[in-house]
Design a protein around this ligand. Structure first.
Ligand SMILES: [Zn+2]
Length: 307
């Protein structure tokens, strides 16, 4: 579905727009995939697939999210904005009856460690310390072949049934998401209209040591939590202003894949492409940082929507 694009104003994307690979329904808005992106917050292993499937946030959607953000942050102007104390994390493991996807506790703990290292700037000297940290509060386990293999189809039901906590609780769901999709997330702005759908979905084999080639160091989790905290992709809006709405991430024409060296896809804009930024599509081993601008932006989103 992408009919909302017809209205001209996006009033809070329903969470079912936050998925990733469903192709636009025929006959709707239709002509431009840019008008019809169903997967604003997805991470895919092949950037080409995201373009084909419309798995990107349109400029209009990003602009509407930013408008909601600026409106929500306005009353807080002049106040000191701080990241929260450790964010509680509830992990919901969906697995198959034959044991596939039954992520062991040790790998879940590793995933939390990866989040903490990433958000405290521990992967690169130049990485920002966002001040955010995470602690594992609970793990739920559901064995269901249908939910495991067809998560996307049943996600509204699954999340409504399993989600815990309030706006400040990070709910993470793991399942089999198919071959190209690594994960997706809702944005903080989505919480008010659909709190039961709030959270992050990641492919079970992307957790540290999960065996997903190129993507099993846990940074799909890092990336999707970035969306959950309010960040866009570094390549949002390509070389056009306002890019990803963050001043210190250089412009980038399109998603990176692998780990390109010295890529500069917007030569008229300052700086090489931010291929090592967690909000890109590069391989896990390539990504090592958030910027100070991103740190400020997530703290502000937290204050506006999740505190
Ligand atoms: Zn993403």
């Amino acid at each position: 579905m992408c009919g909302f694009a017809l209205t001209g104003t996006v009033v809070g994307l329903p969470p079912d727009q936050a998925g990733a690979v469903s192709a636009p329904a025929e006959g709707e808005v239709g002509t431009s995939s840019e008008e019809c992106a169903p997967g604003p917050a997805a991470r895919v292993s092949d950037p080409e697939a995201a373009v084909t499937d419309g798995g990107e946030l349109t400029p209009r959607q990003a602009s509407e999210y930013d408008r909601q953000f600026r409106e929500a942050i306005l009353p807080l102007r002049g106040q000191e904005i701080q990241p929260p104390r450790a964010v509680p994390v509830v992990v919901h493991v969906i697995s198959a009856e034959d044991g596939r996807g039954n992520v062991p506790a040790a790998r879940i703990r590793e995933q939390i460690k990866v989040l903490n290292t990433a958000y405290r700037g521990g992967y690169a000297a130049e990485a920002a310390d966002t001040g955010f940290s995470f602690h594992l509060s609970e793990v739920t386990r559901t064995v269901d072949d249908t939910w495991f293999t067809r998560f996307d189809e049943y996600r509204d039901t699954i999340r409504a049934e399993l989600r815990q906590g309030d706006a400040g609780t990070l709910n993470v769901y793991t399942a089999d998401l198919g071959s190209g999709l690594l994960g997706y997330s809702t944005f903080p702005q989505d919480y008010e209209s659909a709190p039961e759908q709030d959270g992050v979905v990641i492919a079970h084999d992307t957790l540290p040591g999960g065996g997903r080639e190129g993507f099993d160091l846990g940074h799909t989790g890092t990336h999707e939590v970035g969306h959950w905290l309010g960040l866009f992709h570094t390549f949002q809006n390509g070389c056009s202003a306002p890019g990803d709405y963050v001043d210190d991430t250089p412009y980038e024409r399109e998603a990176a894949s692998g780990c390109p060296e010295g890529r500069d896809s917007c030569p008229r804009r300052a700086g090489d492409d931010p291929v090592t930024n967690f909000m890109n599509y590069s391989d896990d081993g390539c990504m090592n940082q958030f910027t100070e601008g991103q740190a400020t932006r997530i703290a502000e989103h937290w204050a506006a929507f999740r505190s």
